[in-house]
Design a protein around this ligand. Structure first.
Ligand code: NOJ
Length: 777
């Protein structure tokens, strides 16, 4: 949609980047400047724009400082150590961090927060080291610091990027006041793998949706794209991760191999990163996977050719946790020194947790195995972000101003945003919303009275400030009702002895709310599953409640699309509530009783069975697409075709009508598109039911004849529109070259707009049938 050129972080230092994908086409040429001797994996030492060429407000100071630094001090700026590192492999490096901060041999620390604690360590670097260069404190602030918002996948389900921006704004202010300068977010890995636990951290299966959410979250964290808000105490630097194609992990097993064509890399995985760079993202994190046999940490093609050269990214690239050292295990580096050489040469600028560069950098430099220019460029990039954050002027935080708990406004925002993320999957006979005058309600299931609603990366607030439970939310929503609670079964395990008590409670109540799903711990990093059904005997609980014959609804808690086939038919109404965060219980009650009319839409398809994965909507066609009457077509013999619920699906308590799409012109030339002209697509959306509500109008494209086969549908626009009963509104989308074109398999990066027809679909989910034809001449 967005062919507009935006001011970015680059603008602060001279230059612009095109947002939206298409207009970079001609800029995407690799510059393989020279091959290094003895390179492993055929990589080459590429050159991004030399640091000295870049104009900008801090470049002179940086050059001057660089001129005074020893090699050890330079290497120190590229080192990040972890504080109290029980959260990951490698152990705490507290003592080393203090020693190195004093010695001016440390650039950054992760996992340390708290105004007094960060100030104390900062003092060692600023007041005791020779050059007084401030430290950069980083933390995973993924969906909240004190105030836990819904997980990112849930946020994407809102189809409202303002939800991600709001989360980032609240979290940034809380984090910065506690000494945190930098978050390792947003994660923007597009994935077709719900088995992969990290889908919970992502925006799901679509690159355009991920693009929009990535840009919104970067803006929420950093403020204006030119970086001018970064010194402000309400903002922190963001990190686009994981670069790149991490979501393609084989079998959904975390950290796994990715073998991907250039076209798919550029059309599917790279767009959100490009949008983040256009939004001015300060840093990028390399991913744990290999890309076509070369670990992302040694991948000069992605890190230097694409990110630093074609996109002219001025910030720095941080490794993932020990990702450099682990290249020896990958089978790509002979030893730690070789790993350090490859990573720096390919374009990694800062090393997280492992210490290969610090340990071997000086010797590598003396031996000519790493280039002095590259070292200086990496240091320059790190210092540039420290300057943009204002750390040289204000290295400390005000200890009296530190936020210590979620504020009332932050909680209100978390509740409102969570309400926007819930997806009504099914609602027969208007079972929902429940009447507020319901006399008696049974709340059953392992998540009915559980605080485990926070999700995978709940941050420091996750344990300190537990979530409101569903039981508490319902009790607050309908205080006059008689409410009983029986857990019935545990979230996992085989014990069914509590089911009888749960069904007794259901029989005694006017309606039952069954709250089942996944604990937070089984989605996120290192939390892949081979079975996506409800864990343990929870499905038996749902079926037993159904057998009572009494009305009931199911609330699903989880960090990924789940397989619901074994009980879905028995359940009259189902709400996908994800891991909704600190105000989860209230947000769920808001939807159950109709205070909020649900309008979330699925950001990833719900499969019928694990055996059909991957089952994403944006797949390519075969020469023999599914035909139930023809055996020799693409399908499973033992499973119905397609997903259980498609991408974009979600119901409402009201009904909507979306009219046929109208085009401002049904022909446009490829030249006109390339010159920045576009085509408007307009539809009218109308609330045809009896309640106010939001419809998410979705626009999909299909290019039926292309030199590189294109997906059967691609999301290229959406609008969440609030409508009163009988109200109608026109919704207009603008299609440009970025929308109708695609990247080819040319490794230098070629974006093409080809002649021919484009099918334009507008409707309420990815199966939309309202269609118009656009001819590109
Ligand atoms: C490893 C994870 O892959 C990454 O997402 C995270 O930011 C780092 N650890 C730091 O905690």
């Amino acid at each position: 949609m967005d062919g507009m050129r935006r001011r970015t972080l680059l603008a602060a230092i001279g230059g612009t980047v095109a947002a939206g994908g298409a207009t970079e086409a001609t800029a995407a040429t690799a510059t393989p400047a020279r091959a290094t001797a003895g390179t492993a994996g055929g990589d080459m030492a590429r050159q991004a724009r030399p640091a000295a060429d870049r104009p900008g407000p801090h470049e002179r100071q940086i050059r001057e400082l660089l001129g005074r630094m020893t090699v050890e001090e330079k290497l120190g700026q590229l080192q990040q150590l972890t504080w109290n590192g029980e959260t990951g492999p490698g152990g705490g490096q507290d003592e080393a961090a203090q020693r190195d901060a004093r010695a001016g041999r440390l650039g950054s620390v992760l996992n340390l927060y708290g105004a007094a604690r960060t100030n104390a360590l900062q003092r060692l670097a600023v007041e005791e080291s020779r050059l007084g260069i401030p430290l950069l404190f980083g933390l995973d602030v993924i969906h909240g610091f004190w105030t836990t918002f819904p997980i990112p996948l849930a946020q994407a389900a809102s189809f409202d990027p303002a939800v991600a921006a709001r989360d980032a704004e609240v979290a940034s202010a809380e984090a910065r006041s506690n000494g945190v300068h930098w978050t390792f977010a947003p994660m923007m890995d597009v994935t077709h793998e719900p088995r992969w636990g990290r889908i919970a951290e992502s925006a799901g299966e679509d690159p355009y949706l991920a693009e929009r959410f990535a840009a919104a979250k970067v803006a929420g964290h950093q403020g204006r794209p030119d970086g001018s808000d970064l010194p402000d105490p309400r903002h922190i630097a963001a990190c686009a991760k994981h670069f790149v194609a991490y979501g393609g992990a084989e079998g959904g097993r975390d950290y796994n191999t990715v073998d991907v064509s250039e076209a798919r890399l550029r059309n599917l995985y790279l767009p959100p990163f490009k949008a983040a760079v256009a939004a001015g993202v300060a840093t990028v994190m390399a991913s744990f996977n290999t890309i076509n046999g070369v670990p992302a940490h040694a991948n000069a093609h992605t890190l230097t050719d694409v990110l630093k050269t074609a996109w002219d990214f001025p910030g720095f690239v941080v490794s993932d946790w020990a990702g450099i050292r682990e290249m020896t295990v990958h089978g790509h580096a002979a030893d730690a020194a070789d790993a350090a050489r490859q990573a720096l040469t390919a374009g990694v600028d800062m090393e997280m947790a492992s210490t290969t560069l610090r340990d071997h950098g000086a010797r590598l430099l003396a031996a000519g195995e790493i280039a002095g220019d590259r070292l200086d460029d990496a240091v320059t990039r790190v210092l540039r972000i420290k300057h943009l954050l204002g750390l040289f002027d204000r290295p400390y935080v005000d200890e009296d101003a530190a936020s210590t708990a979620p504020s009332r406004q932050a909680r209100a925002a978390a509740r409102e945003m969570a309400g926007r993320t819930l997806v009504l999957l099914k609602n027969e006979r208007q079972t929902l919303p429940l009447r507020r005058d319901t006399a008696s309600i049974a709340v059953v299931g392992p998540f009915g009275d559980s605080t485990d609603l926070q999700g995978t990366w709940a941050g420091p607030g996750g344990t300190k400030f537990p979530a409101t439970t569903v039981l508490a939310g319902i009790t607050a929503a309908v205080p006059a009702a008689r409410i009983s609670h029986v857990r019935g079964v545990a979230a996992d395990g085989t014990d069914t002895s509590g089911i009888a008590a749960a069904t007794a409670a259901a029989r005694a109540a006017a309606v039952t709310v069954v709250v089942v799903g996944e604990p937070s711990a089984i989605s996120g990093e290192a939390a892949s599953r081979s079975d996506l059904r409800l864990p343990g005997v929870q499905a038996q609980l749902v079926r037993a409640v159904a057998e009572t014959g009494k009305p009931f609804v199911v609330v699903l808690i989880g960090g990924r699309p789940l397989v619901v086939a074994e009980w879905l038919r028995a359940a009259p109404a189902v709400v996908m509530a994800w891991h909704p965060g600190i105000e989860g219980g209230h947000a769920i009650a808001d939807v159950l009783f109709g205070a909020v009319n649900p309008a979330g839409r699925l950001p990833a398809s719900f499969p019928r069975a694990v055996g059909q994965l991957p089952i994403h909507y944006n797949h390519e066609n075969t020469g023999r697409p599914y035909d139930p009457d023809n055996k020799y077509t693409s399908k499973y013999l033992d499973l119905a075709d397609g997903p259980q619920f498609p991408f974009g699906h979600g119901l409402s308590y009201t009904t909507f009508e979306i009219g046929a799409p109208r085009l401002s012109t049904d022909r446009i030339s490829a030249d006109d598109l390339r010159a920045g002209r576009g085509v408007d697509v307009t539809v009218t959306v109308r609330n045809t039911g009896g309640r106010p509500g939001d419809e998410v109008v979705q626009l999909y494209l299909r290019d039926p004849v292309a030199s590189v086969v294109q997906p059967v549908r691609r999301l290229r626009g959406f609008a969440r529109v609030a409508l009163r009963p009988a109200e109608s509104r026109p919704v207009r989308f603008r299609l440009g070259a970025a929308d109708v074109g695609f990247w080819t398999n040319d490794s230098a990066g070629r974006f093409v707009v080809e002649k021919g027809d484009i099918e334009v679909y507008v409707g309420a989910d990815s199966t939309a049938s309202g269609k118009a034809l656009l001819r590109i001449t």
